[in-house]
Design a protein around this ligand. Structure first.
Ligand SMILES: Cc1ncc(COP(=O)(O)O)c(C=O)c1O
Length: 510
């Protein structure tokens, strides 16, 4: 968790362009102990953790357990994304490298959060920086996510994707038609989720639930221009520092808008221990203090940061349910709306980066698999030594020797690697090789270094989104929802072309 935030309605007048209109103005900043500058240094806040053991949290529902993985090796030895062979996706894409997503896995990951949040007022603010693919954003918006933004362009993109920061609530209907198939209806659009079982074969249960679409603008160096756009759009703005607050006030005055703010507190809690609970206890102490001073306070934001099993060791990692259970009672006891800002845990495991092997070589001491993808398209391993699991998409040729390889790209840099010391069967030229868990902080960090232009993106979908009226008509006529289990591969982003690059120089002096 990068930070925890509080939103107080009573602090809003402090940012009101017409300051004299509120009696609490002036005392608001003092009401919250947000990191203060002492002799040029920022003091941090230490969590005081209660030693009393919390009452037992609700048990995770079956559907909210660890989401099943979308990339699996079939009995035939081929790697599959949902029901589609990755090798077939390579043939369909006709170009390599590319990113391949599972749309159903996005739905399952979101369902795990929604399940965990039942009974709480909440905002699932998707951290757009993790992956800013437009169809992905639209999908997450349809599911009921808000957006967490760190730049003016991310905010513009979110608005373009249909996020409406001023709409705080929308009614969703959820119903089950067939076992394991969950439909969500919002504004006449119907999205089908394959939830994990538990429902009888044919039933129709209707749940109504409210989702809060709030958008949140984070960042420690927000520009005045971007803040003005945020003010115009009605986005919650996270106050990161005193100078940031001054800029927010300027933006509010310039636009004549009231800016809702969250106060960021970086809790000094031990990340090895129960960071979310420790931080939540700290935040709740603040909530009590602030309310005791007569301010109304509504939101508690515990940020993002839930991890995933990058090593594919079947490690038991905290699930969304585990995360929410650590703060559930605190949030309920203070009647707060919980904001979470997941990025990685919503989308990282939905995607593979698919490469083709160019060749295999050795320098006498080390073996290398050279692929067509590189640090330009996926930089996490070379940027911060991140481990992402790597495997071949097809069964090895008979007699292929298993050896230890570094997997490297063609970029002219010693840092150009996707993985080191990986034990793999020696692949043939042209074999497919995937880097797993590439949905978050991979394509969004891609560059065009060495003029390796950004690759295309595809997703595998197992059902099509169907307008609600069609679902009803179909249900009425044939007693069956119109599900197309088509396993189709849909392009969700075009590859960049050299012409796109050339356009940056159009009209400039030769
Ligand atoms: C404030 C804030 N919110 C959300 C996120 C998203 O975190 P993750 O993708 O790990 O869930 C981050 C990550 O850096 C963050 O700093």
């Amino acid at each position: 968790m990068a930070a925890a935030n509080l939103l107080t309605r009573s602090l809003l007048p402090a940012l009101n362009p017409h300051p004299s209109s509120h009696p609490n103005r002036g005392s608001a900043a003092a009401a919250v102990s947000f990191p203060r500058r002492h002799h040029g240094r920022l003091s941090s806040v230490r969590a005081s953790v209660s030693t009393a053991s919390p009452s037992p949290p609700p048990q995770p529902a079956a559907a909210a357990g660890a989401p099943k993985h979308c990339f699996r090796r079939g009995a035939d030895g081929y790697l599959y994304c949902e029901g589609v062979r990755v090798e077939d996706a390579m043939a369909a894409a006709a170009r390599s490298p590319f990113y391949l997503y599972s749309k159903p896995q996005v739905l399952r990951n979101f369902a795990a959060y929604r399940e965990a949040l039942q009974g709480l007022r909440s905002v699932v603010g998707y951290a757009v920086k993790a992956n800013n693919n437009l169809p992905l954003l639209r999908l997450l918006r349809e599911l009921g996510c808000g957006a967490v933004l760190v730049s003016g362009n991310e905010l513009r993109l979110a608005l373009h994707a249909g996020f409406d920061p001023t709409r705080c609530c929308s009614l969703f209907l959820k119903f089950y038609l067939l076992r394991g198939m969950e439909w969500i209806i919002e504004q006449s659009k119907c999205v089908c989720i394959f939830a994990s079982g538990g429902m009888p074969f044919c039933c129709c249960i209707l749940f109504a639930f409210w989702m809060d679409y709030r958008c949140i603008f984070n960042g420690n160096g927000k520009t005045l221009e971007d803040l003005k756009l945020a003010a115009e759009s009605g986005v919650f703005v996270n106050v990161d520092s005193e100078f940031d607050l001054e800029n927010i006030v300027r933006a509010a005055r310039a636009t004549g808008k009231k800016v809702p703010v969250l106060l960021r507190i970086n809790p000094d809690v031990d990340p090895q221990v129960d960071i979310f609970r420790d931080a939540a206890i700290l935040m709740v102490n603040y909530v009590d203090e602030i309310r005791a001073q007569g301010f109304e306070l509504e939101y508690l934001n515990i940020g993002g940061g839930l991890g995933i099993d990058y090593h594919h060791t079947d490690a038991i990692l905290p699930t969304p349910m585990d995360l929410i259970n650590t703060v559930r009672e605190l949030v309920l006891s203070r009647d707060l709306t919980l904001i979470i800002e997941p990025g990685r845990s919503l989308i990282a495991n939905t995607c593979c980066f698919v490469n083709k092997v160019t060749g295999v070589k050795s320098n006498g001491t080390k073996n290398f698999i050279v692929v067509d993808g590189s640090m330009a398209e996926l930089i996490r391993p070379s940027l911060y030594g991140a481990y992402q699991h790597i495997e071949l998409v097809s069964p090895p040729s008979p007699g292929a020797e298993v050896a230890t390889f570094d997997i490297v790209g063609p970029v002219c840099e010693s840092a150009d690697f996707l993985g080191k010391d990986r034990e793999l069967p020696t692949p043939d030229e042209g074999a497919g090789l995937v880097v797993h868990d590439a949905g978050a902080y991979c394509m969004s960090m891609a560059s065009t270094y060495n003029l390796k232009l950004r690759p295309p993106e595809y997703w595998v979908q197992t059902t099509t989104d169907i307008p609600f009226f069609l679902v009803l008509i179909s249900w009425g006529i044939c007693k069956n929802p119109p599900v197309e289990e088509d396993g189709s591969i849909i392009k969700i982003r075009h590859e960049e072309k050299l012409d796109d690059y050339m356009k940056f120089f159009d009209g400039l002096p030769a």
